[in-house]
Ligand binder design. Structure first.
Ligand code: GLA
Length: 751
């Protein structure tokens, strides 16, 4: 395993536990991509690509007479620019004459233990000392543009990280009009594309379709990774399932505008290019200056979609998330947003907290509305000092009362934004993005701060540090509630305006870096109108992200299903909210809401004072169940047991550790005269025995008499792992609106 270089053949091999990645420096010095897939060991694969003359595919100049050696046909590791490869390109580099061109030839390489770091961008880390780094240096002779291709090989985990560093090694300025993170050529095979699209309050809906001979684009131009297209795609065998088939994942560690294109070319070869979105992008490189692209996490799983997801889950928890909270149990919280919206005072919040404390809730989160002039969403953003009309005497008296209940205190902020009606905007109107001479498009009646300006980041560092230093705040919900338009920085010269959107993200990361280092014990939860910035870049600072503003348990099933392809349960902010649900008006059983929220960080977001005694008893029981099942939920291996796009009746999923398993199922469509629900469990030890120690049926309207007639699996029964996985289990008959089943199995012993 690890990185090998065969100097005779100019061959690089990156070997992980189950995969191999081959590249070769050809006789002209171009770096060709030869293979990425199931592990094959070393050995040169260049005979896979014999010379072949394709009409209208130009040859390299030295091959103009013998022909058949075309940049348009050979698989590339990172493309040049405007030099004969008509497929998707990685970059556009323009020199002082206006000429766009780059043809990169190998110069040198280094291989070393450990993982490379990026200067200003979040990237995977290697605290477990597993990784090796390969840096291949190439150069364009005409402009002097240097390209470093960075590879971080996490062999045990089958993850390879990639990024590119471009340096102007010439004597004249250059403009980068596109700079992707990577190119991945898959010359053979036919693939399905899986991606995660959506909208506000309906994020990460999984969609799978065969690639056709066209260019498929998954992108965001919103200045945020977005609710609309997550920066994560999967290419898989047409026949790939949860348990079998070759799958490739490409996930960007970036939270701004992004773009992944996948092209199936004239020869049926597939190329994927992924990185920053190039719309409106232009980065000016003076001689000696460098530009780093965001990192991408590549994972290849020869054993199906479930295995691919589990590799990403582990990698994100261990190698992207940082700090004390990434493995720690997060407090069960109550958030006041859906309980009060903007209308609260100290007494209202304390009443909610008292009730919550009596039911076992561990933290109160004070959401939007506690600061500045903020009685609705038209004013106040930017003024991060307490609104004493609502909270007389400030935050400290409130926090003391919350702490006296034995609860932690957390708070909501939205630092990247400013309201026109705010002291901050009145003092610094030039700190917001607006176009000269135009009224800006408004989102939620607020403007976006120009986070690329160092003085804005310094101001926010001071204000937020002060807030955290003066108060006993143990959790911060960091929100971002509009997308970026009118992108124009009053601080940049005209030729650098194309840098503003990316500089914004660099400023956000700088601020987050400072705060998370200065306040290591604060638990940060990311948020962007729910899951509008649910990405690996944010997870480098926030171990959890509010998954969606949609708290309807049934809608959450598909949102969390889609999210689970790339992201671990520990990252998914999920709450039980009131019924009728505030987004959909739907009623669901209280327990079903809890079963769904338990596959996340778990908390409540409703006025607990309105619950009946029976409901309060259930809440207590839910919190106890969450704590009891915590290890298997958060640290277990995650298995999707259903595909909501194919099975409209139910959604089921399971987590499993060495000693226990938890099966969850929510019935989404009751049917008359229904066939029994049958499931095969996964991830168990074939020879081990498992006892069903708890089986809870929630919200079903079927009477106990009917149960006894129609009982399938039941409490106390013992089965072997192979029986549960291959013969499966039949669940008791469920009916009514959205009942759920939660089945806890304990491993008893081996056969
Ligand atoms: C966003 C968040 C919500 C809530 C509101 C407050 O929409 O996603 O959870 O915090 O802002 O304004």
């Amino acid at each position: 395993m690890g990185i090998h270089f065969d100097s005779g053949a100019g061959l690089f091999t990156l070997e992980t536990a189950h995969t191999s990645y081959h590249m070769q420096v050809d006789e002209r010095g171009h770096l060709l991509h030869l293979y990425y897939g199931r592990r094959i060991g070393q050995g040169c694969l260049s005979t896979l690509y014999p010379p072949a003359d394709h009409g209208f595919s130009p040859d390299y100049y030295p091959n103009r007479r013998d022909r058949g050696v075309s940049p348009d046909v050979l698989p590339q590791e990172y493309t040049g620019c405007n030099v004969g490869d008509f497929r998707l390109g990685c970059l556009v580099a323009r020199d002082e004459h206006g000429a766009a061109g780059a043809d990169f030839l190998y110069v040198s390489h280094t291989i070393r233990p450990g993982k490379y770091a990026l200067n200003d961008l979040p990237a995977a880390h290697d605290e477990e000392e597993e990784a090796e780094t390969l840096i291949v240096c190439l150069k364009d002779a005409v402009t002097g543009l240097e390209l470093e291709l960075l590879y971080g090989v996490f062999a045990r985990q089958d993850v390879i990280t990639r990024a590119a560093r471009l340096r102007n090694g010439g004597s004249a300025p250059l403009r980068l009009e596109k700079a992707a993170s990577l190119c991945l050529d898959l010359p053979f095979g036919q693939w399905d594309l899986i991606h995660f699209h959506g909208r506000h309050a309906m994020e990460r809906q999984m969609q799978r379709a065969p690639l056709t001979n066209a260019i498929h684009t998954v992108s965001s131009t919103r200045g945020a990774s977005s609710h609309h297209h997550n920066p994560f795609v999967i290419l898989c065998d047409r026949s790939a399932t949860e348990d079998a088939g070759l799958c490739y994942g490409v996930m960007l560690v970036y939270s701004g505008s992004h773009r992944t294109d996948i092209e199936v070319d004239q020869n049926g070869s597939t190329r994927l290019v992924s990185g920053l979105h190039d719309q409106g992008f232009c980065w000016y490189l003076q001689p000696g200056e460098s530009f780093e692209t965001p990192e991408a996490l590549l994972c290849c799983a020869p054993d199906g979609l479930g295995a691919l997801s589990r590799r990403y889950h582990r990698f994100i928890r261990h190698n992207i998330c940082r700090g004390v909270w990434r493995f720690a149990r997060r407090p069960v919280l109550i958030n006041n947003w859906e309980a009060t919206y903007f209308h609260f005072d100290t007494e209202t919040i304390c009443r909610i907290a008292e009730k919550a404390a009596s039911l076992g809730v561990e933290m109160l989160v004070l959401d939007d509305g506690w600061f500045g002039k903020r009685d609705d969403d038209n004013s106040g953003l930017g003024d991060w000092y307490v609104n004493e009309n609502k909270l007389p005497g400030g935050l400290n008296p409130l926090i003391e009362r919350i702490n006296a209940l034995g609860m932690k205190f957390g708070i909501w902020i939205e630092p990247e934004m400013v309201s026109e009606d705010s002291d901050l905007y009145r003092a610094h109107p030039d700190w917001a993005f607006t176009l000269p001479g135009r009224a800006p498009a408004m989102g939620r009646d607020q403007l976006v701060l120009d986070m690329g300006r160092p003085e804005v980041v310094d101001h926010l560092t001071d204000v937020l540090s002060d807030l955290l230093r003066r108060h006993h705040i143990e959790y911060v919900k960091w929100d971002m509630n509009r997308n970026m338009s009118d992108v124009y920085s009053r601080a940049l010269p005209p030729e650098r305006q194309g840098e503003a959107a990316h500089r914004y993200m660099l400023g956000v990361y700088r601020l987050l870096n400072r705060l998370t280092i200065a306040f290591p014990h604060v638990l940060f939860e990311g948020c962007a109108g729910g899951g509008g910035r649910f990405d690996a870049g944010m997870l480098a600072y926030f171990p959890q992200i509010w998954c969606s503003d949609n708290t309807d348990a049934i809608e959450r099933l598909t949102i969390q299903h889609g999210t689970s392809f790339g992201y671990p349960v520990s990252a998914v902010g999920a709450h039980v909210s009131a019924c009728p649900n505030h987004q959909t008006g739907r009623n669901t059983p209280l327990w079903t809401r809890a079963v769904v929220a338990m596959s996340g960080t778990f908390g409540y977001e409703l006025d607990l004072g309105r619950l009946t005694d029976e409901e309060c008893r259930q809440v207590k029981e839910q919190i106890a169940a969450f704590k009891r099942y915590y290890d298997v939920i958060q640290n277990g291996q995650y298995y999707r047991l259903s595909d909501p796009s194919r099975e409209p009746r139910y959604v089921a999923w399971q987590t499993v550790t060495d000693s226990e398993a938890l099966l969850n199922l929510v019935l989404t469509r009751p049917e008359g005269n229904a066939r029994p629900l049958h499931l095969c469990l996964r991830g168990l030890e074939e020879d081990a025995l498992y006892c069903v120690d708890t089986m809870r049926l929630y919200g079903t309207t079927v009477t106990p008499e009917v149960h006894s007639v129609q009982a399938g699996i039941s409490e106390g029964a013992v089965y072997s792992g192979s029986t549960l996985m291959y013969a499966g289990c039949t669940l008791p008959q469920l009916s009514g609106d959205y009942p759920s089943v939660q089945l806890h199995l304990t491993r008893v012993t081996n056969h």
